[in-house]
Design a protein around this ligand. Sequence first.
Ligand code: PNS
Length: 164
Amino acid sequence: MTSIAVCPGSFDPVTLGHIDVFAKASRIFDELIGLVVHNPSKQPAFSLDERVALLRESLDDAGLTHVRVDTLSEGLLVDYATSHGADVLVKGIRGDLDVSYETPMAIVNRNLAGVETVFVLPEPEHSHVSSSLVRTLAGFGGDVTPYVPQAVARWYENRGTTRS
Ligand code: PNS
C-alpha cells in the first residue's frame, strides 16, 4: 500500500529546518504533500502565493522535486488529508515546546479521523530556527541567509527591503 503523508504549516517563510524535515520525511513515506495552510489566527507576512512559490522553489533546489505542494485555505487539515488518501501528518519537532504545542493537535486529529501524526526531528543545527525568528531578524536588517533556502534569501535581497 502506498503511504501518503501531509506536512502542513504556514511556511511564512519556509526555513532550512522545514526543508530538512521534508528531506527526512520523504525517506519514510512514498508520497509527501507540503501543504501551505491559511491559519486564521495568524496574519501572514508573505501572501499564500509567495509562500507556495518559495516552498516549491526551495524543495526543487533541495532535489525534493517529488514532494507535491498544495494549499488549504479553509476547513480541517484531517479532511484535506483523508480526501487526498493520506492518513499521516508530519510535524517537525525542535524541542519540548513544539511537543507541548503539537501533542494536543495530534490527539484531536487522531480522534477526528484516525489520522496519526509523526514527529520528525530536524538536525540539531536547525533546532533554533523558526519562521518568526527569520521575519524578526529580517525586519531589523539582519542576515537571514544561514537560516533560509536560497530562494527565500533571494526574495529578501531582491526586495531590497525586509518583510517582518
Ligand atoms: O506552521 P504553523 O503555523 O505552526 O502550522 C500550524 C497548522 C497550519 C499546521 C495548524 O494551524 C493546523 O493544523 N491548521 C489547520 C486547521 C485544523 O485542522 N485545525 C485543527 C487542529 S486540532
